[in-house]
Ligand binder design. Structure first.
Ligand SMILES: *[C@@H]1O[C@H](CO)[C@@H](O)[C@H](O)[C@H]1NC(C)=O
Length: 316
């Protein structure tokens, strides 16, 4: 991910989520080209070397510190490791399909090592954002990049997917941090709007400077000690150990409340977007006015990912 601050903040390099994300995108592109035309000249000659170069780089650098997706903190980041794991798993399949078993095995081994490392970011109540910080913003560790990781970096394997326990628990902790922090939340113009959420509570940058489908497929969802605060928001009577089974009235009521809660977040985005539908980099926490880079691609891309996730299709 990039951020326009980079124009003058050139020192925020390296930013190692980029190569992993590019590799995942190029693999999707390669598969799509092969499916449509069957002509592998461009795939073999251009995309394949680029994919392997990026993923070889990930293998040799993942444990080094780098800048985070916000281009501010230098360290080892949950978000970066999640997108690296995704790139390597897709990359291992791609390497196998291309007859490179040595790479396939290296990518798989590194992805497994990353899985273990990623689990160490769990604090017992939420996912922390950065380890081994050597420079940049010192934060308490509540950061929406951990949630963005679930939308853009998870695979359909339950590991930090949007409906997984630790992501739900982190979402509810982060929302509670922001609900009292921003005036537009304290003085919300309508109860139909969800909480406006920033990148992280300590953020001062202003630009001028649902797991519902997952639960249905699983047949049920059980409230654990980790997710109790999340489910309590949507069913005040819930207790640890409650099981919501697909097809029951309790499951339907709970998921309807969760869907309503998710829609409120989208209503908030719509409420603060411009009347022509355009979204800037940010809206101001006090007034709700659009600020930062106007018509920002990332704001629109993030809304698309969120809408896809809501419709049951987090990015591939
Ligand atoms: C939407 O309107 C704003 C303010 O008038 C303008 O700056 C922006 O370029 C417009 N965006 C589009 C995509 O038309």
């Amino acid at each position: 991910m990039t951020n326009v601050v980079n124009v003058w903040f050139k020192k925020s390099r390296p930013q190692n989520d980029g190569p992993a994300e590019r590799a995942s995108s190029f693999i999707l592109l390669a598969d799509s080209i092969l499916k449509q035309s069957g002509d592998d000249t461009y795939v073999t000659g251009t995309l394949k070397p680029a994919i392997f170069k990026d993923l070889d780089y990930v293998v040799s650098t993942w444990s080094d510190g780098c800048f985070d997706l916000w281009e501010e903190a230098n360290g080892v980041h949950f978000y970066t490791l999640i997108v690296m794991r995704k790139g390597l798993i897709h990359g291992a399949n791609f390497a196998t399909r291309n007859g490179d078993n040595t790479r396939a095995s290296t990518y798989t081994t590194t992805a497994n090592t990353l899985k273990t490392k990623i689990d160490t970011f769990w604090s017992s109540t939420y996912i922390t954002v950065t380890q081994s910080l050597t420079g940049g913003v010192q934060k308490a560790g509540y950061d929406v990049s951990t949630l963005i990781a679930a939308n853009s970096g998870s695979l359909a394997d339950g590991f930090y997917t949007p409906g997984s326990d630790k992501i739900l628990a982190t979402a509810v902790v982060i929302e509670s941090k922001f609900s009292s922090l921003y005036d537009i939340n304290v003085n919300a113009p309508s109860y139909l709007l969800g909480t406006a959420i920033g990148r992280y509570p300590e953020d001062t940058y202003n630009g001028n400077g649902n797991g519902h489908k997952e639960w249905t497929l699983a047949g049920q969802v059980k409230v654990s000690s980790i997710t109790l605060p999340f489910f309590k928001k949507f069913d005040t009577a819930t207790v640890e150990g409650t099981v919501y089974k697909v097809g029951t009235a309790a499951f339907n009521a709970m998921t309807q409340n969760v869907a309503l809660g998710a829609n409120k977040f989208l209503s908030t985005v719509k409420n603060y977007a411009l009347t022509n539908g355009s979204m800037s980099e940010q809206y101001e926490r006090g007034s709700g006015k659009s600020t930062g880079a106007r018509d920002l691609t990332w704001s629109h891309a993030a809304l698309n990912s969120a809408a896809r996730a809501k419709a049951g299709a987090p990015s591939a």
